[in-house]
Design a protein around this ligand. Structure first.
Ligand SMILES: [Zn+2]
Length: 80
């Protein structure tokens, strides 16, 4: 009965694709693609991870790997 393996959004049964952790003290939200960290964390399916919106004044840090990083955009910026 590991409920952490499905999306934590109400009504969503999508498989966990990302892990959300947060810190009230620093108003930060992190997205990770593993669940190694201790503490409060929530599973999100891929769709909900993409649509994640953080509260006003909070910052969101996407630490997931396996995603396109900024290299393409940086290269384009250098070329222009
Ligand atoms: Zn979901």
């Amino acid at each position: 009965m590991d409920r952490s393996l499905v999306c934590a959004r109400p009504g969503c049964q999508g498989p966990a694709a990302a892990w959300l952790t947060y810190a009230y003290g620093s108003s930060q939200v992190w997205l990770d693609d593993d669940q190694e960290q201790d503490g409060d964390r929530w599973a999100l399916c891929a769709a909900h991870a993409e649509r994640l919106k953080v509260p006003k004044g909070w910052s969101q840090v996407d630490r997931r790997t396996g995603r396109p990083d900024g290299r393409v955009r940086s290269a384009a910026a250098l070329a222009s």
